[in-house]
Design a protein around this ligand. Structure first.
Ligand SMILES: Cc1cc2nc3c(=O)[nH]c(=O)nc-3n(C[C@H](O)[C@H](O)[C@H](O)COP(=O)(O)OP(=O)(O)OC[C@H]3O[C@@H](n4cnc5c(N)ncnc54)[C@H](O)[C@@H]3O)c2cc1C
Length: 389
């Protein structure tokens, strides 16, 4: 093993995996080690994104990792069924794991839980210490007293059917299902002519859910559609953070000077908890940074994250309206109204870059939650000190 690495990435998940992949191509002179606690890379993820979330250069470097592409996607609500154009893409965990392992070779250390880390040192559970010019902590979201969160909880099953399902594009929100435990929808990805990923999803106040109940609801949904399951191939589940408010500086300080990536750095879309586009942007940012020292990167990333946090303020306001105004079983109305808006606005929203006009449009018109309740949610909720309304 080398004496000192240029970079040690702790955690071989989405953010650090994409970062390692990008650096290998853009900065082959750098020595990079990726340290992961699991004995094999995880396959229990499907990471989806809209092509329009990324620039064409970003789509290009990501292309070898993409497992599925569809020309558009559909949404269904009680009073709206709509197909939206624009490529929708997915990376399967298995494909990502395989690409990463073969690309990194001996630069990937598996079965190596990290016990402690500092800006330039990593201590493994077996007592070994590794050194680097920069350590990047990408171990996923840590619980934080400085973020006020709601949750997107879901459980998904990849299903082999006995016959073709007839879907040609993903159904990213089917909210015609009974509204239980908050805003509920089913997400369906057609992975093959007779293969589906079906996820039962909830926007809820807590990260807890009963797996058995969600499995039963997937069974009921599949039966209702007339699909017959031959095999349940695998399962994935998550509880993604939906940010209502927070204290940026205090959240940032939790890193104790260690450079962070992915969810641990707060780099995700506040309304969906999705982090792939932000992980791609971070990989590009680091690949373009000439001086890779812990101190320089820490300063650069703090400024980058602060700017993003400020730009995301509007999303946190929408989340507060979603979670705190109106009754949970009525939340679907907000999402139905949103999906009636112009396709360009919807694209910019998911890409995390709404314009000033988009923001006005999002708040304008006949509000789908009672006006007084919505105002109350904004005024009465006491956001942590650094959150301006
Ligand atoms: C099932 C699922 C599906 C999702 N689907 C999407 C999607 O479609 N699109 C999207 O954009 N987002 C999606 N997300 C949300 C988010 O983008 C993912 O959670 C994403 O994987 C977060 O990336 P990350 O790198 O921050 O963390 P992770 O990908 O969770 O990676 C963290 C890694 O750190 C490792 N680790 C933790 N502790 C240690 C330690 N002490 N030592 C060494 N290694 C450690 C973990 O084993 C893990 O491999 C999904 C999340 C889940 C759970």
């Amino acid at each position: 093993m080398k004496e000192t690495w240029d970079l040690i990435l702790v955690g071989a998940g989405l953010a650090n995996g994409l970062l390692a992949w990008r650096l290998q191509r853009a900065r082959p002179e750098l020595s990079v080690l990726v340290v992961e606690q699991a004995p094999v890379l995880g396959t229990a993820h499907t990471w989806s994104f809209h092509r329009s979330d990324l620039t064409s250069a970003q789509n290009q470097w990501l292309a070898p990792l993409v497992s599925h592409r569809w020309p558009g996607y559909r949404v269904r609500f009680p009073h709206l069924e709509r197909q939206l154009d624009g490529e929708y893409c997915s990376i399967s965990g298995a494909h990502f794991a395989q690409a990463l392992s073969s690309g990194l070779g001996r630069q990937l250390m598996l079965g190596a839980p990290v016990q402690r880390l500092t800006p330039d040192r990593v201590q493994l559970a077996n007592g070994e210490t590794l050194r680097a010019r920069v350590v990047i902590d990408g171990r996923g979201l840590a619980p934080s007293p400085n973020l006020r969160l709601g949750y997107q909880n879901f459980l998904g099953q990849e299903l082999q059917l006995t016959a073709a399902h007839g879907l040609d594009v993903p159904l990213v929100m089917d909210a015609t299902v009974p509204q239980l435990d908050g805003y509920r929808f089913v997400y369906v990805l057609p992975l093959g002519p007779d293969r589906l990923l079906v996820e039962d999803t909830y926007y809820s106040e807590t990260p807890h859910f009963e797996q058995t109940r969600l499995r039963e609801r997937i069974d009921a949904y599949v039966r209702d559609k007339g699909w017959v399951v031959r095999d349940r191939l695998r399962e994935e589940q998550g509880s993604l953070p939906i940010v209502l408010a927070g204290r940026f500086e205090a959240f940032h300080a939790e890193g104790h000077g260690v450079v962070r990536s992915g969810l641990r750095a707060g780099l995700f879309h506040p309304v969906t908890g999705y982090s792939l586009p932000e992980a791609v942007r971070l990989a590009d940012l680091l690949a373009a940074t000439p001086e890779l020292s812990a101190e320089a990167l820490q300063g650069q990333l703090q400024a980058y994250r602060r700017d993003l946090w400020q730009r995301q303020r509007f999303f946190r306001l929408l989340n507060r309206m979603l979670f705190l105004a109106g009754r949970p079983e009525e939340r679907w109305r907000i999402l139905e109204r949103f999906h009636r808006l112009a396709p360009g606005l919807i694209q910019r929203f998911y890409a995390g870059a709404p314009t000033a006009t988009d923001k006005v449009r999002l708040l304008m018109g006949k509000p789908p939650v009672p006006v007084m309740a919505a105002l109350h949610a904004m005024l009465d909720f006491a956001p942590p000190r650094q959150e301006s309304p």
